[in-house]
Write a protein that binds this ligand. Structure first.
Ligand SMILES: [Zn+2]
Length: 177
């Protein structure tokens, strides 16, 4: 196995106490919930998605987004070394970066920081394009609320109409009692 990069003893604040990164890793491993490698990778990233800065300890939803990404995909020759792993949210990892290829964007031998900067740019561009699309959908979906109240066959992409939702809830409450 390739030698692991030595963590710099960076100081991070935790509950008002000053801890070195090594001490944070040690305490996380001591909880029994963390492997040492995962703790090191996460502490290096300050527990944030390295592509979009989502605080992965900020909420249960964010915590459930926790992923590790091969910065240079294995399909493009990327290794399993810690240097090639970034802490990432699931959305960045699977939805936004899935087609990213370093070749046209980075010089051979680019540093980890340069590669991450290139991924961040790529994700920013994709996010901007999707946002534009979503805004278009919002304009269609919420153009005129009075009009949608009158229509009986209103399109509801996110669930059944209120009556059906109520019926489903009643059914579930019987089943789950
Ligand atoms: Zn992210």
């Amino acid at each position: 196995m390739a030698s692991l990069p030595r963590l710099m003893p960076t100081v991070i604040f935790s509950r008002g106490t000053v801890l070195t990164r090594d001490a944070i890793v040690e305490q996380l491993v001591a909880t029994g919930d963390w492997g040492e490698r995962d703790a090191r990778i996460s502490a290096r990233a300050n527990f944030k998605c390295e592509y979009c800065d989502l605080d992965l300890l900020g909420s249960v939803r964010a915590y459930k987004e926790w992923n590790k990404d091969h910065i240079v995909p294995r399909s493009a020759g990327g290794s399993d070394s810690e240097d090639n792993i970034a802490l990432a949210c699931r959305i960045c990892n699977f939805s936004l970066k899935n087609r990213w290829n370093p070749e046209p964007r980075c010089k051979p031998g680019a540093s980890r920081e340069e590669l991450i900067a290139a991924v961040r740019n790529y994700i920013r561009g994709k996010t901007t394009a999707i946002l534009k699309q979503v805004q278009g959908f919002r304009e269609i979906a919420f153009r005129d609320s009075t009009e949608s109240k009158q229509g009986s066959s209103t399109f509801r992409p996110f669930g059944p109409p209120p009556d059906a939702a109520k019926a489903t809830r009643l059914k579930h409450s019987v089943i789950c009692r």
